[in-house]
Design a protein around this ligand. Structure first.
Ligand code: GLY
Length: 316
């Protein structure tokens, strides 16, 4: 696709039928301590299997990405849901989002406190409101009104998050480039696409800080012509470059080159932002995928059709 982005918005809004379903997940771009490597890869692999199962049962792409993200939110290895990092005050504030291509509907929550499954609330915003993004108490009230979400410090606190917080508080470690935000993108049997992400944000963030994850076009995007993308890394670097939309737009200009384009964008943005961790996953409507990061690590997994998912911690 060439020309002004508007052409994409006005482009094909119905999807082809009978495509091979694809699901890609990531477990965060950044530095992962060696003792957590195995858990990071095992977790993304398990999430890919959960999402793949939905797609193979002819489920919708939104069900697949939510199933995958929920596995990662429940896994204490990741900075999302249970396992989320703490802000400067030792509190938990989560961001999450989802978007689907078939009608460009999206839903997101930002700064929702101590909740194990924020992606479910993001989905509520998409499906049960006329809005795209709810913050803090408003998001919490919506969740409670629909009896959605497991709230409470006990639902999200982990020894790993406590140790990381103490390290920074006591000057024994840096808060920068900690990994583990999670996300998933999917292409379903009907050719529809969806992206979803969930995060505790960045360690020791100021209370109220919001990163890229719940911002449409930055942390996620899904469109019938462009595809679906989900980003990870230091939100401030990513959101100032509208990475999710930009990666999809650039990949649509050069079919077959999505991987190189994604790697170039991640490297460029990281370079402009003091080597901040930057990563993304994307799937195009024709099934082409990109899994790219400019950081020490990014755990990922890819499930195509019914084949056993591939997974890894670095370049694919
Ligand atoms: N990418 C997650 C964040 O910066 O909040």
């Amino acid at each position: 696709m060439r020309g002004h982005p508007r052409a994409a918005i006005l482009g094909r809004m119905t999807a082809p039928v009978s495509v091979t379903p694809v699901l890609v997940v990531h477990g965060g771009s950044g530095r992962i301590s060696p003792e957590h490597h195995t858990a990071a890869v095992a977790g993304t692999h398990a999430a890919a299997i959960a999402g793949q199962r939905v797609l193979l049962d002819a489920g919708r792409c939104e069900d697949a990405v939510v199933a995958a993200v929920r596995v990662l939110e429940d896994d204490p290895a990741f900075n999302a849901g249970r396992g989320a990092c703490m802000n400067r005050d030792g509190e938990f504030e989560h961001d999450a989002a989802i978007m689907r291509s078939r009608d460009l509907r999206s839903g997101a929550v930002a700064g929702i406190r101590a909740i194990r499954d924020p992606v479910l609330v993001a989905r509520l915003v998409m499906e049960q409101t006329r809005h795209c993004l709810l913050t803090g108490e408003g998001a919490e009230a919506l969740a409670r009104a629909h009896s959605v979400g497991h709230f409470g410090r006990d639902e999200v606190w982990t020894p790993k998050a406590e140790a990381a917080y103490r390290e920074v508080l006591e000057g024994r470690g840096a808060a920068d480039n900690r990994a583990d935000t999670v996300g998933a993108v999917a292409l379903d049997n009907d050719g529809h696409l969806c992206a979803a992400g969930s995060t505790g944000g960045i360690l020791f963030k100021l209370p109220g800080r919001v990163g890229d994850t719940p911002l449409c076009g930055s942390g996620f995007y899904a469109h019938p012509v462009l595809g679906a993308c989900c980003t990870t890394g230091v939100g401030e670097a990513i959101l100032t470059h509208l990475l999710a939309y930009e990666a999809l737009r650039a990949a649509a200009e050069q079919p077959g080159a999505a991987q190189q384009i994604a790697e170039r964008l991640c490297a460029e943005i990281s370079g402009r932002w003091s080597n901040a961790a930057v990563g993304l996953i994307l799937v195009r409507p024709d099934g082409e995928v990109a899994i790219a990061h400019a950081s020490e690590h990014m755990s990922w997994a890819l499930a195509r059709g019914a084949t056993t998912p591939e997974s890894g911690l670095g370049r694919r």
